[in-house]
Unconditional design. Structure first.
Lengths: 265, 266
């Protein structure tokens, strides 16, 4: 499978669709200026599958809650490409030369809308803290809990929307993760706001969002599904500055911007 | 004192011509005596049909009939007793009695004395169980109540085979801590005679590329399901014991959750 095959399929699928988003995405594809190639077979296969399903998904009200998106998401997030990006995010936040960060063990790590759960799984290997996930959609909850339990992770589940998480939390929070593809369909600014409000002082927000760039192959796919958060470096920087986070770290990495910040003492 | 065996009847199934011996115990005679019709049915499941031998209070053979579904069919007695051999398919249960209320039938099966430890009532349905061992009464009650709710929901969809499959699922669940992702297991099994498996070929193609990264899934079972496009679910699980049925249904739900398989009602 080559990236060109994926793009060709997406283009031909969109040409047959009468939907406002299809036109926008076709324009994005015309302007696509690929600087790098993605060689990871799981990423290419998952995108090829998504391209096949676009005609159905584009008509759904919330395509990111569909079973088809769940299958795509699992394959995509299990790829080395995605896991490498997550590992880089964790390393740049906590393992730099001048960053001897310690998160007290009694502080919980929570992931918002965890998707497949790969994010919380990876961070659990770095910190021994109590783990939690927040998800409001029942089927997505079944999906992620299936994985986490079989991975032997003991995870607290908050079945709620992010807006209400502050009311149901029973523990103090040391890290909030906003990294799964499901979060790309929420307002990142609102998610960061909520994360900030539940964090203890000295706690961290770790995030990963899509980079708004003509060279980003993920952008047309997520635009077709109605994404809410594809940002430029500048946009993201503004968001983080406005939240009064300290020790902020923003880095463009392939198709993503990875970022972190600490709630001031 | 309980007398386990009173007499033995030899019968031949009119459909499959399978010959078998049925032990008539004192509890059967008591049931016949207390039954308004004066007889009790001893049921012997034979794959896709069930042979019922009617016995009176003296233990005499009063006729043999074969039924396809039992539940919903015209049968002359409300109480059916399954021969204890049926319990070989179960791992924890040593006996059960299920009263289907508005469907006007009681089905029971006991290895020893017909005593029960766990009881549950839901609307007009009741279920009594005799488990050989329980790790936690709380866990067992969770599954039992869950089963009863789903049974009530599916009360007009079930037949004898799917009811027994449902009880097998309950049997394999009683000692397992509840998981959110197993909440639909009873619903699927109880409706399995109406559900056909539809495999999405695109989903199957993608899934098989990363299946190795999900080591908790039963690979053999997953492969079997993926090769069963268009097959009736009950046909796939009918010959499985309780633990294998549970593995099968859990795998099926994992695939269904990812849109690789759809369960279509007919």
């Amino acid at each position: 499978m080559e990236l060109e095959n994926v793009i060709d399929l997406l283009k031909s699928q969109l040409e047959g669709i009468d939907h406002p988003r299809a036109k926008t995405v076709l324009k994005q594809l015309q302007e696509l200026d690929l600087k790098t190639n993605i060689n990871d077979s799981l990423v290419l296969d998952s995108l090829y599958y998504l391209a096949k399903k676009i005609p159905i998904l584009i008509s759904y009200k919330e395509p990111w809650r569909s079973k088809e998106f769940r299958l795509f998401l699992e394959c995509f997030t299990l790829s080395d490409y995605y896991k490498r990006t997550l590992n880089t995010l964790i390393e740049t936040t906590f393992k730099g030369v001048l960053r001897k960060v310690k998160i007290p063990q009694d502080k919980m790590i929570i992931e918002f809308y965890p998707g497949s759960g790969v994010g919380i799984e990876i961070i659990s290997k770095v910190f021994p803290n109590k783990l939690a996930i927040m998800e409001s959609y029942r089927e997505d909850l079944d999906f992620v809990v299936e994985r986490l339990e079989h991975q032997g992770l003991n995870v607290m589940v908050y079945e709620t929307e992010y807006k209400d998480i502050g009311e149901v939390l029973s523990e103090s929070v040391g890290i909030v993760l906003i990294v799964s593809p499901i979060t790309w369909f929420y307002s990142l600014s609102a998610l960061i706001d909520k994360a900030y409000s539940i964090l203890e002082e000295g706690g961290y927000i770790l995030g990963m969002c899509l980079l708004d760039s003509p060279g980003n192959i993920l952008k047309p796919f997520m635009s077709a599904l109605g994404e809410a958060s594809i940002l430029t470096y500048g946009n993201l920087e503004m968001i983080l500055i406005s939240k009064y986070l300290s020790r902020t770290n923003i880095k463009v990495l392939n198709e993503f911007i990875i970022f972190s910040g600490m709630k001031k003492w | 004192m309980y007398i386990s065996s009173v007499r033995e009847i030899k019968v031949k199934c009119p459909i499959c011509e399978d010959e078998c011996s049925i032990v008539v115990d004192s509890a059967t005679l008591t049931s016949a005596r207390e039954s308004p019709s004066g007889i009790v049915g001893l049921a012997v499941p034979h794959g896709d049909h069930v042979m019922i031998v009617y016995v009176d209070s003296e233990g005499r053979d009063r006729g043999v009939r074969v039924y396809k579904t039992i539940i919903g069919e015209e049968i002359p007695t409300k109480l059916l007793r399954l021969t204890p051999e049926f319990l070989r398919e179960f791992s924890i249960l040593k006996g059960f009695r299920v009263n289907l209320g508005r469907r006007n039938i009681v089905i029971e099966c006991f290895n020893e004395e017909p005593i029960t430890l766990l009881h549950s009532k839901y609307k007009d349905l009741s279920l009594e169980l005799l488990p050989s061992e329980l790790n936690s009464f709380k866990i067992a009650s969770y599954w039992l109540n869950n089963f009863m709710r789903e049974l009530e929901e599916a009360i007009y969809d079930i037949d004898f085979r799917t009811l027994m499959k449902g009880l097998m699922m309950l049997d394999s669940s009683l000692n397992s801590p509840p998981k959110v992702y197993t909440r639909n297991i009873f619903k699927v099994v109880l409706s399995s005679k109406n559900l056909f498996i539809v495999v999405d070929e695109d989903g199957k193609e993608l899934f098989t590329k990363y299946l190795d990264l999900l080591p908790w899934l039963y690979r053999g079972v997953v492969t079997k399901i993926l090769e069963s496009n268009g097959t009736l679910l009950l046909d796939l699980i009918k010959n499985l014991d309780s633990l294998s049925t549970r593995k099968f249904i859990e795998s099926l739900l994992s695939l269904e959750r990812r849109g690789i398989v759809r369960l279509e009602a007919h």
